[in-house]
Unconditional design. Structure first.
Lengths: 220, 325, 325, 220
């Protein structure tokens, strides 16, 4: 019996993707746990960075939103949204940013939907919308994606393409003019998936202890 | 514009003078931090309707305006209140039942749209959202846009880089400027003339202010002009951008105000519960918004002890150890 | 890039590592304030040649680089040092004798070009200069531009507003981004990691830093990281933008550094006199630049009493009552 | 015998053009004297503003450059160049700005040259260049121009058009897309000139005491 929760495993798996010197773009929840874990364990010189403009925050308590006052404490610079996104679009600093993100739907090329389920003009379900997710997915060196492993979330085609992954496959990002590097891994409660360097399609990299490839297949 | 040296007025006066049915409004803050909530509640009490609202990620303030039926059109990047509401509940219901028309952009795009307005430009370029439905799917129809002189004819457009591959960019997305009729923000310190100082992250408040035709500043502390001018490097808003200065202690409550108070988890959790159900939400409005005359009465009604719990610790700027479940 | 926690190095090391013949350089400051003069003098001592320099209104620093023959191409808005030289003398001579190729923009255009570089965009739009010779007359020929991959093919271009009359703008001028190989600025405070604080006006220093591939910060005071992090609202440069941190007291001398010292009117007047004549200027370089090994020796050579005269008054940030004739 | 210098008269004449509430864009020298005179005499609520980003500076001593530390003292906000020029290009605040400027050459439509005398590529004389002058002349509500009254400065056509006046005449600014209001007066050591509301051509509004229209004519 494992002495950790799937959520903890996901956070640690993501943390292991973060290297010293990386600028880590954080959302709330598990992505912030992953960034904090990396900073405290494996990558002490990684930099926690929020779209709200906080750089290298000293997180003495877990923020409950990227605008939580807890991200403003003991930073290098307290900037603005304009500063934060410019850092990610910037040709020099943008390459160093690792984006951690989640979504309601993902397709095999790592394109994400966090806007609606159903027709955009008559949605069955409405979500929060892009926030900074589309910007991060457009700009940064690489992205790490968190998903719950459920059939309804792994879809053939997303209902609304909020954040660009590898779009329709190899060369598409370059062709359309996106600067960023695209998604590198998808981490779920069951497994870790990568993207084939040629086809840009998602493949199963490995399962967490006690999970089988068949089990993963059954959930997507 | 108001060129007076003393722009101090009451909140009802400021809202009455500068916010009217159908006007285009933008409010400052981000999700659960520094939303101008006292102003939001006054707008709801004044029963101002048909607002066209611009927001990047203003969570709580937008959701209460939408829930109270003040908003018909919303241009936004993110409608959430962090852990307290990954998707704002009244926003979600209004979109799903078709009572709210939404145009989706990214956070950077909304920020750039305010920046373009502040800079006096018709648009700003960005490399964000190429290949996504943010470009392909428009919430406002072309006829709707062309019939409204206060809306650009296009949501956005994609252009080739006219400088070839300079900057390694083949294509750019151009997003149109926003110039709201009025922007309302809440700051820590302002003087009677309107010079303002925000402590901590400024979000897009400065751009939202400079883009607007009229500006209302609500502040925790109304201070002497000299006390701000001793350290002008720390001020962000020049007085000539400001039309009204309204002192409102706890003016961002129940959202946070760095170095003054934290968000109130109890209030935000109760709000989310109430927001789920039509009757409970109407009762919430009756009790906490329409049932009080101003922010002071709201605080009294909520209770002094709650304010003590969220009081900011001077070292960190937030309420250390606050029970945030 | 340098990801070390300690980027402190000597000025010769920083210049040797990041500034070489033919590189594209931008320096901070404005006319007679906060120019990184110690770095400028070190570049002259190292005999670095064929520099391509970008400046908005950097007066003294640019004129000394030009006068010493370090610069072959200059993109600039304004070459003056206020009352001390309405037009920089060595700049004027170099342009008139054809030894310096100049491309003229406005101050806002140069600022926007740095901003575009900082934002990762190929250009920025503006409504400035329509109908002027800044648009019609190009200092760098098209062949010169097309043969140099480090230059955009066009000085700038004019486009119709693709959003019709949105923003009441019929036409826009697009100015191409600048991404210098290296930017050097002088600040009041920096920590070993590179987080930096500028006191008083920032000019375009922050944009110049964020646009550059490599960044050298010279600072009046090297301080503990914690002392800057106590008040992060007052810091402008994040450490991850910085490659070298060089402590140089009086590093902006003879230009001013707000809250530390004023410009030195005697030095600037003597400089203008010397600059008028080839022999006198070569003697100036020999005595004050090549004749000393570093900024400390320059100060000693000029004399302690002169430093006392320009010491900033703590209330105003400049030398009250300084004889500035 | 007048107890004031022509320079003082010019400063006062310009100061009288400034109203309460005006945001006054200042250069150095006489334009700063004019702004300071207006603030201390006729328009106490006018706002002294510099392209370097200083807003409503308390000028206890005369700055010798717009970047002089003296402009940074006791301001409302110490901003940046980007902030300052955005204030002038801004559709709301730009209209309130009055620009005060000078030049080496001026034509009858108030177009200014502060760049070169002679051919741009082989100049006889090189000047500082635009600085913020072209931006101010492009953006702001109205401009006040200082000139020394000399034949060589009042020319049929400027050698280099640095800062736009009324360009080729009525409607030209609008046609080409310039937002600002254009030049309102030219103040010299001898006289004050206005611009005809129809033809946009310069005309003699009045001479300073002891100066005749013929005298002015002789110098242009």
């Amino acid at each position: 019996m494992a002495e950790y929760s799937p959520r903890e495993m996901m956070a640690i798996a993501a943390a292991r993707q973060i290297k010293d010197g990386d600028i880590v773009f954080c959302g709330t929840g598990i992505s912030m746990l992953a960034a904090m874990a990396a900073k405290h364990i494996s990558a002490p010189n990684s930099i926690i960075f929020f779209e709200t403009g906080a750089i290298d925050s000293r997180l003495e308590e877990v923020p409950l939103a990227v605008a939580d006052s807890r991200v403003m404490h003991w930073t290098s610079v307290n900037g603005s949204l304009a500063d934060a996104f410019a850092t990610m679009q910037n040709r020099h600093t943008g390459k160093r940013v690792v984006g951690i993100m989640g979504a309601a739907q993902i397709d095999r090329f790592g394109n994400l939907n966090s806007t609606v389920i159903g027709d955009y003009h008559r949605p069955k379900v409405r979500f929060s919308g892009s926030g900074g997710a589309c910007d991060v997915a457009s700009f940064v060196g690489r992205t790490i994606i968190f998903m719950q492993h459920e059939k309804r979330k792994f879809v053939k085609q997303v209902d609304y393409l909020t954040s660009p992954g590898w779009l329709d496959g190899p060369g598409q990002r370059e062709k359309i003019g996106l600067p960023g590097g695209g998604p590198s891994v998808v981490i779920t409660n069951m497994a870790i998936m990568g993207f084939d360097s040629d086809s840009k399609e998602m493949f199963l990299k490995g399962c967490f202890p006690g999970i089988s490839a068949q089990g993963v297949q059954a959930c997507m | 514009m108001n060129t007076s040296d003393n722009k101090v007025m009451t909140l009802p006066d400021a809202i009455l003078r500068y916010v009217s049915d159908g006007c285009h409004l933008s409010i400052g803050g981000f999700t659960i931090n520094r939303n101008p909530m006292a102003a939001v509640y006054e707008i709801i009490r004044r029963k101002i309707k048909r607002l066209h609202v611009y927001a990047h990620s203003n969570g709580q303030g937008i959701d209460e305006l939408v829930g109270a039926g003040c908003v018909v059109k919303l241009e936004i990047a993110y409608a959430g209140s962090g852990r307290f509401a990954p998707t704002c509940v009244r926003f979600r219901k209004a979109v799903e039942d078709g009572s709210l028309a939404v145009e989706d952009y990214s956070n950077y795009q909304m920020t750039l749209r305010f920046l373009a307005g502040a800079m006096g430009l018709p648009f700003m370029p960005t490399r964000s959202s190429l290949g996504t439905d943010i470009i392909d799917k428009w919430g406002f129809t072309k006829p709707m846009r062309e019939s409204d002189p206060k809306l650009p004819d296009k949501k956005l457009l994609v252009m080739d880089n006219p400088f070839g591959d300079w900057g390694d960019a083949s294509h750019l997305v151009l997003v149109p400027a926003i110039n709201p009729d009025v922007t309302i923000i809440h700051v820590q310190k302002a003087d009677p003339q309107g010079t303002s100082r925000i402590e901590g992250l400024t979000f897009a408040d400065v751009e939202q202010v400079k883009a607007a035709r009229k500006v209302i500043i609500t502040c925790e502390e109304l201070v002497e002009t000299d006390s701000l001018r001793e350290k002008p490097d720390q001020n962000q808003i020049p007085f000539f951008c400001v039309d009204a200065v309204v002192p409102v202690p706890f003016g961002a409550y129940p959202t946070a105000c760095f170095r003054h108070y934290d968000y109130d988890p109890v209030y935000l959790n109760d709000y989310r519960q109430a927001a789920q159900d039509e009757t409970r939400f109407q009762n919430y409005l009756k009790e906490f918004v329409l049932g009080v005359d101003n922010q002071d009465e709201l605080l009294e009604h909520v209770g002094k002890d709650r304010m003590d719990k969220i009081k900011a610790d001077p070292r960190t700027g937030y309420a250390v150890g606050l029970d945030r479940r």
